[in-house]
Design a protein around this ligand. Structure first.
Ligand code: ADP
Ligand code: ZN
Length: 715
């Protein structure tokens, strides 16, 4: 009798065992099977065989074998198992995330021979406009040196991680392209990961231009059918090159010689729901499995990545200059503190002009000068909408989402005239619920409801008013309603049909705008004041990346940064393009507080509809964690963590919290969390499993528990 272990997309960490009916052919691991599950049927994947089971007669039988051949290789299964185990997530659900949607659904296509994508179905909507895809005739010295180092390792077939730290505009893309070219011509495959924003990025188009039909694309802008056909094409070795967003780390490539992670610091590599993996970190694991060269590339590497590079875990390649001797932009900081303004002799009078609330005289003048000399301007603010705060001045009531405890943002309809009837809507930026603006105060019925704070919509309206002879456009999730629209805005800006572009984070990444001279960062404090241990790192990255868009061609660009925190070290180092200085200071701070890279974190979050129930559950589980942590210290369980602890005792686990999450309620669910902190991942995991076990035993199903290993956000 054959006993088969099957991975099913269920919330259990174990595999389920089934019997194979005598007349069935033995399905190989990696093939899908149809099995009975309770009173329904489910599709799972054969994960392995089993020799014995306590009561085999009680096992149920497999109903059908779906795939004659395994569809997921042994190496890919090992990789998925590793990831599921590391992120403490059920392996069947991890597998479901790793496959295109529908692969593990009982109603989905059961015939595996889905037509492999025709040429037209690759779902590519490239942003090729204005891109010069010609390979530069001459590499810069830095590019040539980088490639020489990479090529040496590529020939060995041994796992070799690199950190490519190259300033913005240093020509990292060309290094990737040549490394990929070399990999493919030696008969291996290459995987290129790009941030989620890839939809907006040029890099997919660049790869397509260079390598044509050898490239498969995998990103969120594709339909399920397109994804499925790409997946089969990759599996059947039609495409030696895959360019994709984070889930492409699970692409069914064979014989991977090279993995590139572009903008490795980008937070979109981390999936913030369900299976909370980080594709950047998994790239190193997959690279280890397949003996690949792995290149993590960035102008502003994650502090943890750079730390690994300087401590010898990764080889470090640095590129410090831009091709053709173009210099990095000049960054000036504009102090927005009131006191400073008074010293400068600017009276309160000016402030009465509402436009001045966000626009300093210096930035105004900068824009004026740039426009006068026919240069383009980019204005950055990472906040959408017109006004970010709506309140009743009579009683003080603040409009909040009834489900999310977040204040509502006022979005005015495009073109809605001042004082017109249609005042737009109040929107919750978390759940998207909206209501007409501006209503009377629900508490005191006051009619004078007012709005404060500014978002990109307000900025672009103000700028259009201030500079009526110039074309102002906006690039944010509200203005970009389709990929077509996005393409139009980006190419208009590149072709100088737009003079001032106002945008959120969407404008920061990877874009190359030839005519862009001035970048204005409206309020750097926004990211500095987030209550997270990595807020300074993110701010430094954001300022540097936005600045990096300016002056990428011949003339030096200029960046004006408005802030109330001009002395903050993230601002100061970004101003001087001093990554290493920032890294050193940040590292010292992390060391004192024992944050990564000097520790690892696991965040455990409880959510539910009853506040007291969630609070009690968090308190109960945090004390379970404390007890287990104490026991570990006393017993001193051995810890053979492969991730060397950096200066902290590997067995010690601290439990921080519980407390209500900064976003205390979302979509009607209250959120409490506590954090496990320690240098040894083994010890952390043991404590986490004790918590999971207690949660499973003692918590009602209406309370959900979420485990986040190596969290990037604590909001
Ligand atoms: P990064 O990704 O490092 O920010 P890019 O790869 O976008 O920088 O390159 C910046 C610009 O430099 C691009 O316009 C690119 O075409 C150009 N470039 C890259 N390599 C060379 C080279 N060897 N000679 C001339 N121009 C180059
Ligand atoms: Zn909401």
């Amino acid at each position: 009798m054959h006993l088969i272990d099957v991975a099913l997309p269920l919330k259990i960490h174990e595999l389920l065992t089934y019997r194979l009916p005598p007349d069935f052919p033995l399905p190989e691991p990696g093939s899908r099977v149809l099995v009975p599950l309770g009173r329904r049927e489910a599709v799972g994947m054969v994960w392995g065989y089993r020799d014995e089971f306590s009561q085999p007669e009680k096992l149920r039988e497999i109903l059908a074998v779906i795939d004659e051949q395994p569809i997921v290789s042994g190496m890919l299964r090992d990789f998925i198992s590793w990831a599921a185990n590391y992120y403490i997530y059920p392996v069947g659900l991890a597998l479901q995330e790793a496959l295109p949607s529908g692969f593990l659904s009982a109603r989905g296509d059961r015939t595996h021979g889905v037509a492999v994508g025709s040429r037209s179905s690759r779902g590519a909507d490239f942003l090729l406009d204005g891109w010069n895809s010609q390979s530069p005739a001459v590499l810069t010295d830095e590019q040539a040196e980088a490639l020489q180092t990479l090529f040496q390792r590529m020939d060995t077939g041994v796992f070799s991680p690199f950190l490519l730290h190259g300033v913005t505009g240093s020509g990292k893309t060309e290094v990737y392209l040549r490394a990929v070219e070399r990999t493919v011509s030696s008969g291996k495959t290459a995987l290129v990961l790009v941030p989620e924003i890839a939809m907006t990025s040029q890099i997919a188009g660049i790869f397509h231009e260079r390598f044509g039909d050898s490239v498969a694309l995998m990103h969120s802008g594709m339909s399920d059918a397109q994804r499925r056909s790409q997946w089969w094409g990759i599996k059947e070795s039609k495409y030696p090159i895959v360019v994709g967003t984070r889930s492409a780390i699970f692409a069914p490539l064979k014989n991977i010689g090279l993995i590139v992670v572009d903008e490795e610091h980008d937070t979109s590599y981390k999936q913030e729901e369900r299976f909370r993996y980080n594709a950047r970190d998994l790239a190193l694991v997959r690279g280890k499995y397949s003996g690949s060269v792995v290149i993590l590339g960035s102008a502003t590497p994650a502090v943890t990545s750079y730390y690994k590079a300087v401590s010898g875990n990764y080889s470090l390649i640095e590129m410090v200059s831009r091709p053709g001797g173009v210099t990095l932009p000049r960054i000036l900081v504009i102090d927005r503190r009131e006191k400073k303004k008074r010293q400068d002799g600017i009276t309160g009078k000016r402030e009465e002009d509402p436009l001045d609330h966000w626009l300093s005289p210096e930035l105004y003048q900068g824009i004026r000068d740039a426009l006068d000399s026919e240069d383009q301007v980019l204005i950055f603010l990472n906040r959408r909408g017109y006004a970010t705060f709506v309140f009743c001045p009579e009683c003080g009531y603040v409009f909040r989402c009834t489900q999310c405890d977040l204040s509502l943002t006022w979005h005015r309809k495009p073109g809605a005239a001042n004082g017109g009837k249609d005042q737009g809507v109040l929107v919750c930026h978390y759940c998207g619920s909206s209501s007409p603006a501006l209503p009377a105060c629900p508490v005191c019925q006051g009619q004078a409801v007012r709005a404060a704070g500014f978002g990109t919509e307000r900025l672009s309206q103000d700028l259009a008013q201030r500079f009526p002879d110039f074309k102002v456009a906006r690039l944010d999730r509200d203005a970009v309603t389709s990929q077509k629209r996005l393409k139009a805005i980006l190419s208009d800006f590149r072709e100088r049909k737009i003079d001032i572009l106002v945008g959120t984070q969407m404008v920061t990444k990877g874009h190359d705008f030839p005519g862009l001279k001035l970048v204005g960062i409206v309020w750097a404090d926004l990211s500095l004041n987030v209550p997270e241990f990595n807020a300074a790192e993110r701010s430094f990255q954001l300022i540097s990346q936005v600045s990096g868009r300016a002056g990428r061609r011949s003339e030096q660009g200029q960046v004006l940064v408005q802030t109330h925190m001009p002395d903050h070290y993230a601002v100061r180092y970004a101003m001087h393009h001093d990554y290493k200085g920032f890294f050193q200071e940040e590292l010292e701070k992390r060391k004192v507080l024992g944050y990564p890279p000097f520790s690892r974190l696991i965040n455990i979050r409880l959510t539910g509809k009853s506040k007291s129930e969630v609070k009690d559950a968090a308190a109960m589980l945090a004390s379970v964690a404390r007890e287990r942590a104490e026991l570990l210290e006393i017993k001193g369980d051995s810890d053979n963590s492969p991730f060397g602890p950096a200066g902290m005792e590997s067995k010690r686990v601290q439990v921080l919290g519980p407390c209500q999450a900064p976003r205390g309620r979302l979509k009607g669910r209250f959120r409490y969390q506590f954090m496990l902190k320690g240098a040894g991942i083994d010890a952390l995991r043991r404590v986490c499993f004790a918590v999971l076990h207690a949660g499973k035993r003692d918590l009602p199903a209406r309370i959900r528990m979420d485990v986040d290993v190596d969290p990037m956000s604590f909001m």
